[in-house]
Design a protein around this ligand. Sequence first.
Ligand SMILES: Nc1ncnc2c1ncn2[C@@H]1O[C@H](COP(=O)(O)OP(=O)(O)OP(=O)(O)O)[C@@H](O)[C@H]1O
Length: 690
Amino acid sequence: MPNATDIPSFATTQLALLSAELTAELAETHLLLSSTGPAALARAGLAILNLALSSQRTGLGGKTVIELTLDAAFAPKGPRGSGGSKGNDGGQDLPEHGIRVGDIVAVSEQPAGAAKKKEKTGLKEKGVEGVVGKVGRERVEVVLGRGSGDGKEEERMNQNMTKLLNMTSSEMTPFISTLFGHSSPTPVPSDLSTMKIEWIDPSLNDSQKDAIRFALASREVALIHGPPGTGKTHTLIELILQMLKQGLRLLVCGPSNISVDNIVERLASHKVPMIRLGHPARLLPSVLNHSLDVLTRTSDAAEIVQDIRKEMDAKQASIRKTRNGREKRTIYNELRELRKEFREREKGCVEGLVRSSKVVLATLHGAGGFHLRNQEFDVVIVDEASQALEAQCWVPLLWLKASRLVLAGDHLQLPPTIKSLNSKESKAKKKEEKGKKDGEKEEGEGKVIKGMTLETTLFDRLLELHGPSIKRMLTTQYRMHETIMRFPSDELYEGKLVAAEAVKERLLTSLPYEVKETEDTKEPLVFWDTQGGDFPEKTEDEEIGKKAGKGMNLGESKSNELEAALVKLHVTNLVEAGLKPEDIAIVTPYNAQERFPGIELGSVDGFQGREKEAVVVSLVRSNAEHEVGFLGEKRRLNVAMTRPKRHLCVIGDSDTVGRGSPFLKRWMLFLEEHADLRYPNVSDVYVDDG
Ligand SMILES: Nc1ncnc2c1ncn2[C@@H]1O[C@H](COP(=O)(O)OP(=O)(O)OP(=O)(O)O)[C@@H](O)[C@H]1O
């Protein structure tokens, strides 16, 4: 095939890119830890200081759980004490922090006094890693260890790519060959309407049914393309149920825990027996009953294991009663045997559970854990596949002898977040080029593929290799008013999106609670055009402390004070009309914009996969040079403009933004023609502020 991918070159490129990414990540962490020190980290909400170990216990799945509370020695003394008031059971409230359940954290000793300076960078190297299990006012619980996906994510991806690099021709299955374009997928009959299917959810729309038929008929690979609000996960659930009816064994994965839990929750309502692998502290409480850790304690098979535990407990008690040394030794020996048996039975129980399970769910990374070693699955299904690194997708594909793959995603929304994309990646390329010149390449190693980045997902690559015939697109969307949907549909989805009857004319005024009809609430699309140079942007150096704590990038950011004032004006008008603050979101490609009580404010990247009744998008950029930076990325704009259900308000300078790219130009023209257009004066913005 003309555009087949050379596997060694692919693997070599991935390895180089992954290594550059790791370097970038480490550099960022290092910069953060070395330049900030514990106190600054704590101020940024990224660390809690002065904690003491208050208790320790064995939690779910035999994992050690430690509980940390504020060290009494640091309790504020006297009435003027600051930093934490008395909690209800006499303990001290923790200071404000941004540590959340599911976060991976390091618990380490805090350097004291003179050691402090030297220790600045020591936070990560020292101490133990764990996952935050609970966060209370006065205490934090940490479950030690990273979870059943034992091993670091980077290591596993590297292992994968190395395995690909060294793959022999006998290991190259027809399936893998298809994924690299060395052979074409088996053609699927063009007319699938004759396929007899008893739908479990008959309310599925035609494009959803079509995608399911297509995935059922495909032999090697099928892509389900789900534009915003089109029910991609809804479709996957029916597909999973249909495949189970056919007796297939399935592994269902996603790049994040939440993407997997979302499916577990929905499958649970169909009473599907399944197993969710993963660290219990990182799973949603609602899916815990399906987790391996809980099942190994509650299933029938677990009973024998528990019997031995009881026997062990009894023996342990009898040791305490015995004074005779020889008798004691005998009991110790018996106990040792019992312990061995316990471990073996527990292992057997886990294996039995996994083996008998027709659906296993895990993150892509978790699928590489030891629980699944030597397991075989008929089909691997990956949700949110356009958010996953390709090297991640290979975890289930290389080790579990899968021969059929279904990917669901939308390559026209944001790809996975990459840190090395700009500077670091080019460094890696340079290094490779240098290697080439020096003739240093090892035997068997491939060439670096130009233009490939970690942002190129498996979904993208397969589409590029085999074309649209391996994909089916969902076309009815259940989120946006027709007017909000129009531009993204025409620009990115070949004009094929159709707004479902129930949503196509939905306005803020038809919400189930009372919202007054105003010039804002009656419009699905509003554009405040700030052109003319009166609303200029500002560049700011960002401090770490300003960040909400997660996903920080240490660079400069843009802000636009007057535009922020317009956002405030618009939001205030919506709230005064009766709209609940929690139904509004402010989305901006840049970080430094003003906050409002009760209203969510976030970057576009943080809003992917979410929706709100009303969304205000502030474009920020306004300058004489017509620079648009971040806004040049279509996929980011697509995500921004497809979050709202009933009302989208865009605030921006059409003059600057419109010159950013042809796409932006068309968007500005579209807004001029179809939005309720407003040209604000600077004085409008300051009227209310006095
Ligand atoms: N056939 C259908 N009939 C009615 N409502 C549907 C149908 N399919 C999906 N929906 C609704 O559309 C919404 C989005 O569906 P779902 O949550 O499955 O989408 P998703 O794939 O997770 O999200 P997105 O489409 O944004 O990627 C849900 O509220 C769902 O109930």
